[in-house]
Design a binder for this molecule. Structure first.
Ligand code: 5GP
Ligand code: MG
Length: 175
């Protein structure tokens, strides 16, 4: 498998949309910026660019969810890293790279909700609504994409391709 020759989303398009997303989020939080929770590892580049558009007062922490695919289950999700900043009574905004089946986002949203934040919203760079198995609707979405496995800008295939600056579709190697 290899990245498609042409990007699905060009670097300039990504960057422009992330700047707009930050403006949408600023408008949605007139009383003060939310505490941003970057979902490791796929969202690191998105979170880094996004919080710098949000402003110098933006706070950033990290959370990590891993899905385990067993023979009979289609993925149990466990949190393997939780934030250091106390989320109680804080407005929290989750920053996801992609919402696919919705299972990871749901586990993260449920865990954060249990910390009693002042408010809780989900911002995803990419959304694949056609793949949804659990009912979750992001509050802010960068791009809605068709059912392709995508890589780049933090998204990996077996840990590779995260460093690509644009988003590509993973394709079989052509002969
Ligand atoms: P979920 O199915 O729980 O919504 O998504 C779980 C995780 O699967 C995502 O956070 C992401 O790490 C991974 N994932 C889902 N779709 C894609 C994709 O198209 N490309 C890559 N690289 N990872 C994906
Ligand atoms: Mg992810």
């Amino acid at each position: 498998m290899q990245p498609s020759e042409q990007p699905l989303i060009e670097e300039a398009t990504l960057q422009q949309r992330i700047a707009e997303l930050a403006q949408e989020v600023q408008r949605a939080y007139p009383d003060g910026l939310p505490l941003c929770l970057c979902v490791l590892k796929g969202s690191v580049f998105f979170a880094a660019d996004f919080v710098r558009h949000l402003g110098p007062g933006a706070e950033l922490d990290f959370i990590r969810a891993r899905s385990y695919h067993g023979v009979h289950s289609s993925g149990t999700v466990a949190l393997t890293h939780t934030p250091e900043i106390d989320l109680k009574d804080r407005p929290v905004l989750i920053l996801e790279d992609i919402v696919d089946t919705g299972r990871s986002a749901t586990v993260i949203l449920d865990w954060v909700a249990a910390q009693n934040p002042a408010s809780l919203r989900l911002c995803t760079l990419l959304d694949k609504p056609s793949r949804r198995e659990v009912d979750v609707t992001p509050d802010f979405t960068g791009f809605t994409i068709p059912d392709h496995f995508v890589i780049g800008y933090g998204l990996d295939h077996n840990e590779r391709y995260r460093a690509l600056r644009a988003i590509y579709v993973l394709e079989p190697i052509s002969k």
